[in-house]
Write a protein that binds this ligand. Structure first.
Ligand code: GN1
Ligand code: MG
Length: 360
């Protein structure tokens, strides 16, 4: 507790300081800090994953500053609830490096808000509109491209290269157990690298993406009706819009859980798929090109495939990236994602038609 208080005091002064755990991300550690009645979110940034914290924080400052100016232009009055606000440390930096080499940041806590961990079509449509609007507000952000906080984060070619390296090294001795899944991944490799190919041919642009479009990364008002803002901006970086679209479908349009061990539960939920597409295309319509729209449904398969690969890579490596809750957690996650992918493959024609019908 004393240590937490010292960290908080590197950002803001106060006499009465309380810190308690908050939320359940896979990557960073989050806390709620209350300083003389003022509420904040304190986070320890996982710098094994986000290796360049100053650049990471600089991205978030640029993105939130740009969104604030957009909201002002639109005449929005409660801007402090519509976008994250980073609190600078007393030395002016947007992070604090402690004596143990850990990086911390502080943000204002958005009051009277809630996020959802389960989904409905109504919620999916609002979430789609929120992420579309997020991309739309950032579509004209000036300056250099954002820093890639995790290089090649959603680049399938590079994910496969890493995966193949892990398979070759077999450092945890688990390969024989997962051979079948490795083969299933290889069968689909070429199809899943299509977006990278299209980009090289000049047919698919990169834009500012959120890169973690889960429903619980959207804050709603206390009644759960109106969207307030998009949070978790660590992975905001250049990418294909199909990635953001696809990652929502992977997480939201699944009848089961991401790590469901009951594989019969896992399948694509087409009502959620349709509702999110409706919301997303409403707010993203202004800036999207035909080739981006043509590849949205592929994005759902691609991000599900990518996550199958990422969880399996971590299992093969001996669980060095994701926090796990049981010894086979990464394998169970990978199998559940693969089941979802198979269901999307079965329903792919319907998914494409849904996108096309709403777009036209
Ligand atoms: C991680 O921690 P969380 O849930 O925001 C991961 C995502 C994965 C996700 C899998 C930086 O996100 O890319 O899709 O787990 N974030 C990072 O559930 O690797
Ligand atoms: Mg995240």
């Amino acid at each position: 507790m004393e240590k937490f208080k010292e960290i908080v005091k590197s950002f803001v002064s106060g006499n009465d300081i309380h810190v308690a755990p908050l939320g359940a991300g896979h990557i960073n550690d989050s806390y709620k800090a209350v300083v003389d009645g003022e509420e904040y979110v304190l986070q320890k940034i996982n710098h094994a994953i986000f290796k360049n914290v100053p650049e990471l924080q600089n991205n978030i400052v640029r993105v939130t500053t740009h969104i604030k100016s957009k909201l002002k232009e639109k005449g929005v009055t409660d801007i402090e609830r519509r976008v994250l606000n980073l609190v600078p440390a007393k030395d002016g930096k947007y992070y604090h490096l402690d004596a143990d080499g850990n990086y911390w940041r502080l943000m204002d806590f958005i009051k009277n808000s809630k996020s959802f961990d389960s989904i409905s079509p109504e919620l999916a449509e609002k979430t789609g509109a929120a992420f579309g609007e997020f991309q739309n507000m950032l579509a004209d952000m000036p300056g250099e491209p954002l820093y890639e906080t995790i290089p090649d984060f959603h680049n399938m070619e590079s994910r496969l290269a890493t995966f193949r390296e892990s398979v070759k090294n077999n450092q945890a001795g688990r390969l024989s157990e997962v051979r079948y899944l490795v083969d299933e991944i290889e069968k689909r490799a070429e199809e899943m690298c299509l977006p990278e190919k299209l980009h090289r041919e000049g047919k698919l642009p990169k834009r500012i993406n959120h890169c973690d479009t889960k429903v619980n990364n959207v804050l709603f008002d206390a009644a759960g009706k109106e969207v307030l803002c998009v949070v978790d901006l660590d992975t905001v970086m250049p990418g294909y819009v199909l990635s953001d679209f696809g990652d929502f479908m992977r997480t939201g349009a699944n009848n089961g859980k991401e790590d469901d061990t009951e594989l019969d539960n896992v399948s694509v939920n087409l009502a959620i798929f349709e509702a999110y597409t409706r919301g997303y295309l409403r707010t993203a319509r202004e800036f999207l090109t035909d080739s981006e729209v043509d590849n949205l449904a592929l994005g759902a398969k691609l991000l599900t495939y990518m996550q199958t690969v990422r969880f399996l890579t971590d299992y093969i490596d001996g669980d060095i990236y994701y926090k796990i809750k049981s010894p086979k957690h990464n394998l169970e996650r990978s199998l559940a994602q693969f089941k979802l992918l198979q269901s999307m493959e079965e329903n792919f024609t319907k998914m494409q038609e849904t996108v096309r019908n709403i777009w036209l």
